[in-house]
Design a protein around this ligand. Sequence first.
Ligand SMILES: [Zn+2]
Length: 208
Amino acid sequence: MAKLYFHYATMNAGKSTMLLQASYNYRERGMRTVIFTAGLDDRAGKGRVSSRIGLSSDAIPFGGEDDLMDAIAAMHAQEPIACVFVDEAQFLSADQVWQLARVSDRMGIPVMAYGLRTDFQGKLFPGSLELLAIADELREVRTICFCGRKATMVVRLDQDGRLVREGAQVEVGGNEKYVSLCRRHWEEQMVCDAVPPPHQKDLLPDTH
Ligand SMILES: [Zn+2]
């Protein structure tokens, strides 16, 4: 049975690298893959997936209104597709996640989606929310915070390196940077008063 997979992580964990490697493994065996990526992400030019370690591949940009099952069915009719890959899957709509689920359920083609779990404010992206809800398999791609703990969160820095606490979920074409942190260090960055001062902590009842 073909499955819908969601590989999720924070920024710079190597999701695109994993996607390109997995796609290559199919192609090396003579099997056709198609790669989709969000049309709004122009880091690698429209319709390209590229990884920080230098790999890249052509990709088909998807927009919010595109019917991915229709698009995949049309390509599959011309030449069979062995696996569908989706980069920047956090930008899928809920409908598009269901279209991908139907590609695996009804067409028998596995779908491997890769994306961010949460935005810089710690909120789920729409595509990630739906994928976490209905994907057959969830796989976490790990990276680490500067402290060595697993990084699950991300902070956004503006072009001058200052922390951004509010704003749109997506900055298109901006010069912002993202830094992946563990939850503790993310909270300390985002909420300045998250850590109670020592004298308050001393007043807390000892529960040990
Ligand atoms: Zn940390």
